[in-house]
Design a protein around this ligand. Structure first.
Ligand code: GLC
Length: 733
């Protein structure tokens, strides 16, 4: 039997090698018939919402390699026919931002990360690929895998949070979900890992700002998710807007060539983020647009999104020798390779869908499952799940019936008519014995009109339980949408204060694109559910959680600061020379206090240095016990076991998280780093032995930008059901 598997394996390897070499020879034959102008045309990607005659003229002259943002497959076929019938008869690849769903919207990526279930997110991403493919999109600009640690940055919404491993695992899940195992299948689409790299460390949490990351930081923190995506076959990479250490990434040959190509062997396409090649002149690195094109090409940015410097200047740059023909050829080969891998030469047109899958029930169910596992229970005084004695539920708040905002940022093709809001579903979920009164109050998250409060208060006094849906409109997070204050907007806090003052238990549901500073609102609530922006099926999943059909199992993928002034804030901070011990807080400082009486640690006099909620935290309707931890080094792995018991009255899932701390190293190392986790589903009363493994090779760091080491010595292994770990062992490597 083993021999058979070995033979099959060799055959498979042989087939994939021959398929690759077949593609390379087919690229050779296409390249041979391209003029310089036509080669440059393959590197040009434009927005399909440009003037159609302009697009058609470029296609007729072989000047357009990719078009973004057309999602009418008949129009796509019409333009594709032009490309196939005109010299050089090269198919166009049609692309779109597919970040968390296409028509059926999944939770925003930050919400999906809260599921701590990459396999589930892979299934959800397949749904996105099928729907996008059905509409002609074969290149989706996702996953966004920027390790994000600043809640002021609007794009934290698009990431899988603050942790390196989480962005690695969820990024790979999306790549697999989009690309499956055969990119030539029209139900797949090329993934695009973005934004390469370090963009999320933007100074001040303000988008597009400079970053000042050392190569060591890039190696240790920001590059690993991209490396994992490339190792798992991600078809493309998108360069980021930021200038890091003085060099915009679209013009950084160390990143785009030395690391991406030479070290990682990436043979896909590097596409610039919107205009970021043209913007090299705004950065002041390029003297003009021609110089920007020279930089972009020579530094390894293959395809230029939207800024047209390549089609306007590259021919002259080649003529004058500022860009070698080999550089141009290499970029064009990368683009053609993508198109061959997508099967576009054999199959350039979008088939009329036999059975339309977009928005089908199967997809809605898949999306709902992701939401159910992505909602985080942050507080519960016992009001949830709703008791059978509850007869009247008052539902209110600006996010209770917000079909657009519930979908979150980057909802390019999300269909708001499909959105199931809490107002749509609560009554159905709670059944006839419960009367759900939906009483609108603030109409949107920034609403300052409190005129509805009096009537609402009247209704609230008659309810057994109040559910308040609060948070952010979709527009308040995402690209360029950064906030210096991440608290609730408008009069939402006043609304909650009024509701709490009725003495009725209030269940607060937050829908937002980021962690919000909600300590006061949590205090006012009997229970808190954080759903991020939960997407199309948010209302149904939340209703089923509140009525107890679903036991929430989400965990926070980001630290929630107590105050915005604490950001950036994350769990994997360094031990420091002066530590993090609490200092005298501002209200306790004696009058005329002498200089050195308050303590000396890394903290704030007014808010301390503790978060509101820790990374990895989330409650359940049942209770779990984690004990009997063991740890051992077994060859090239560290093996950890523990016993997890469900000691409550109902089934549930718990996320066992394993962190390491390199106690003594030649560079300062974080107090803890997540290295493995497992989501364990247990029936009431069930006990299971949980086993987690860490490859020793994953326990190191870059001691210099070119030297990765796993230093011998003592390591703490820290185990828990949040980053506030409860069990520990020490091992020595
Ligand atoms: C935007 C975003 C990027 C997106 C691209 C195309 O500016 O930064 O994430 O994929 O442009 O829309």
């Amino acid at each position: 039997m083993k021999k058979i598997f070995v033979c099959l394996g060799l055959i498979f390897i042989g087939l994939s090698v021959s398929a690759q070499s077949d593609i390379e020879s087919r690229i050779d034959s296409v390249m041979a018939r391209l003029s310089v102008k036509e080669k440059i045309g393959q590197l040009n990607q434009l927005d399909g919402r440009s003037k159609v005659p302009y697009l058609e003229s470029l296609i007729a002259n072989g000047q357009l390699g990719s078009i973004m943002n057309i999602v009418d497959y008949k129009e796509i076929n019409r333009l594709q026919k032009m490309a196939m019938e005109n010299h050089p008869h090269i198919p166009i690849v049609f692309s779109r931002d597919v970040v968390h769903g296409f028509r059926t919207m999944l939770p925003i990526p930050l919400g999906m990360a809260a599921s701590f279930n990459p396999a589930l997110v892979e299934e959800g991403s397949k749904v996105a690929a099928v729907e996008a493919g059905e509409n002609g999109i074969r290149w989706g600009f996702g996953p966004m895998i920027d390790v994000s640690r600043d809640a002021r940055w609007g794009r934290i919404a698009e990431s899988f949070g603050e942790d390196i491993l989480m962005n690695e695992l969820f990024g790979v899940a999306v790549v697999r979900g989009y690309q499956w195992d055969d990119l030539s299948n029209p139900a797949t689409m090329a993934a695009c890992a973005k934004h390469f790299v370090g963009y999320s460390a933007t100074e001040g949490g303000r988008d597009y700002n400079s970053t000042y990351l050392t190569e060591r930081q890039l190696r240790d923190i920001y590059l690993p998710p991209f490396k994992a995506a490339v190792e798992n076959g991600c078809a493309s990479i998108m360069t980021s807007f930021n200038d890091n250490d003085g060099l915009p990434t679209s013009a950084n040959p160390w990143l785009l060539k030395d690391v991406l190509r030479d070290e990682w062997g990436f043979d896909g396409v590097v596409v610039s983020d919107w205009g970021s090649v043209g913007e090299l002149s705004n950065h002041g690195v390029a003297v003009d647009k021609a110089d920007a094109a020279r930089y972009g090409l020579n530094c390894g940015t293959d395809m230029e999104m939207s800024s047209k410097t390549y089609i306007n200047h590259a021919e002259k740059l080649i003529e004058e020798g500022s860009v070698e023909m080999a550089v141009l050829d290499n970029a064009v080969r990368n683009v053609l390779r993508l198109k061959f891998r997508l099967g576009l030469f054999e199959n350039p047109y979008v088939a009329d869908p036999v059975e339309v899958k977009t928005g089908c029930q199967e997809h809605l169910d898949a999306a709902e499952k992701v939401v159910e596992e992505s909602v985080v229970l942050l507080k519960n005084d016992g009001v949830l799940p709703l008791d059978k004695s509850v007869r009247t539920v008052l539902l209110t708040g600006p996010l209770a019936d917000a079909p657009h905002d519930q979908l979150g940022t980057w909802t390019m093709d999300g269909d708001t008519t499909m959105t199931v809001t809490p107002a749509d579903y609560f009554q159905k979920a709670f059944g006839r014995k419960v009367k759900v009164i939906y009483q609108p109050s603030l109409v949107y998250s920034r609403d300052k009109d409190t005129s509805s409060f009096a009537a609402l208060r009247e209704k609230a006094t008659k309810a057994d339980v109040i559910v308040a849906c609060l948070g952010e409109e979709a527009i308040l997070s995402g690209e360029a949408h950064c906030l210096s204050d991440i608290g609730l907007k408008g009069e939402q806090t006043a609304l909650l204060e009024m509701l709490a003052a009725t003495g009725k238990p209030v269940v607060s549901i937050f829908m937002a694109g980021r962690p919000m500073t909600i300590a006061h609102e949590v205090e006012l609530s009997s229970a808190v559910l954080y759903a991020f922006h939960p997407g199309t099926m948010g209302g149904k999943a939340l209703a089923r959680i509140i009525n107890g059909e679903v036991n929430p199992s989400g965990k926070l993928p980001v630290t929630f600061p107590l105050h915005v002034g604490q950001t950036p804030m994350y769990y994997s901070y360094k031990p420091l020379g002066r530590g993090h011990k609490a200092m005298t807080q501002i209200d306790d400082i004696p009058r005329n206090a002498r200089q050195s009486v308050l303590g000396h640690s890394c903290s704030y006099l007014d808010t301390g240095n503790k978060p509101l909620f820790n990374f990895g935290f989330g409650l359940s309707y049942t209770r779990f016990e984690l004990k009997d931890m063991t740890a051992a080094v077994e060859g090239d792995k560290v093996h950890v076991t523990a016993t997890l018991s469900n000691v409550g009255e109902r089934a549930g899932a718990e996320v066992v998280q394993l962190y390491i701390c390199d106690v003594k190293a030649s560079r300062t190392r974080p107090v803890k780093e997540l290295k493995a986790f497992e989501k364990v589903y247990l029936e009431a009363g069930e006990t299971r032995k949980v086993e987690l493994e860490i490859p020793v090779s994953r326990m190191g760091f870059y001691v210099t930008p070119s030297q990765y080491v796993v230093e011998p010595g003592e390591f703490k292994l820290l185990l828990g059901t949040s980053s506030e770990t409860t069990l520990g062992k020490t091992i020595t490597l």
